[in-house]
Design a protein. Structure first.
Length: 310
């Protein structure tokens, strides 16, 4: 599975959210709808999130240094984690507070056509952004289901944009429900109820994103298919006869570290072993191009040792 950063989807979401945030805030000022205020803050938070993702992608391209010999690929994971924090605090927590205040002190929505019109516009814009994210995700997710793609993707950007756009669309529908119910019943409490639902939704999405990016920050191994390709590439059946144990670790979405202890024949010369290891490294890079840092340690295989190829 390619580790695409999904820059087109990020930029499309950024443009859509900036336009929507401005329209929602105008609607809030005119109508006094708390759902509109919560949604405008949500869109503003989403816009800052897309900015963080673009910044993380830029920083990840810095060249490796003596202080950071494996490069800066994990910058994308760090900024992905920051997105979940922003979404939780600015988006979710603010909406929950605003919903509580609206239920506690309800007031009638004025100039109803503003919030309704803005919500319809926002739904159309978010649908465009969501379709772009789906299109880019389909190019890299292969046969994985959507839930598997979100859980297994090594590049955090597309899953984040997907969940953000999905949350935005559902949130807009909730806001439209709250505003409509408040208009029909004449009770502003419904506007607060819609705002509370938006806040709860954003908190759940933020927790999911935090859990996934935390796993990436801790360090994930290569996908099972990639590990099988590496195992097949290492062994040549002549000098390198097997793998005693192997470890893989993503240094970034598009950089993989491979470390393995391999078994060689006891009567092979040092020159034979060196040539065999060089050839094995070439085969690994040809089979799994993102394998950048490869460390193979030769050893004599002893059957008494338990083989661990995880």
């Amino acid at each position: 599975m390619s580790a695409s950063g999904g820059s087109k989807a990020i930029i499309a979401a950024l443009v859509a959210n900036l336009a929507i945030a401005g329209a929602k805030f105008v609607a809030f000022v005119v109508s006094g709808s708390s759902s509109m205020l919560a949604e405008s803050v949500h869109s503003l938070a989403d816009s800052s999130n897309q900015g963080l993702l673009l910044l993380g992608g830029k920083k990840a391209k810095k060249q490796a240094s003596e202080e950071h010999p494996f490069g800066y690929g994990r910058e994308r994971y760090i900024y992905g984690f920051l997105v979940s924090i922003v979404l939780f605090t600015i988006g979710g927590a603010f909406a929950l507070y605003e919903g509580y205040e609206k239920i506690k002190h309800p007031h009638e929505i004025e100039h109803w056509y503003w919030p309704v019109g803005v919500l319809v516009f926002a739904i159309i814009a978010e649908t465009f952004s969501f379709r772009m994210a789906i299109k880019e995700s389909n190019e890299v997710r292969g046969s994985l289901s959507w839930s598997q793609f979100v859980r297994r993707a090594k590049a955090p950007e597309l899953p984040i944009v997907l969940l953000e756009d999905l949350g935005a669309l559902v949130g807009l529908i909730l806001a439209l429900f709250g505003v409509s119910a408040a208009l029909v019943t004449g009770d502003g409490v419904w506007d607060g109820v819609g705002t509370l639902c938006i806040g709860a939704l954003l908190v759940v999405i933020a927790i999911v994103l935090a859990a996934e990016t935390k796993s990436l920050l801790l360090g994930e191994s290569a996908d099972p298919g990639e590990r099988e390709k590496i195992r097949a590439a290492v062994v040549d059946g002549e000098t390198v006869t097997g793998i005693i144990h192997m470890r893989t670790l993503h240094l970034g979405p598009e950089e993989l570290l491979v470390a393995a202890k391999v078994s060689v024949r006891h009567d092979d010369t040092a020159a034979d072993v060196a040539r065999a290891i060089d050839a094995a490294e070439d085969r690994i890079r040809a089979s799994v191009p993102i394998a950048r840092a490869i460390y193979l340690e030769p050893d004599i295989y002893r059957p008494a040792k338990p083989a661990d190829e995880s």
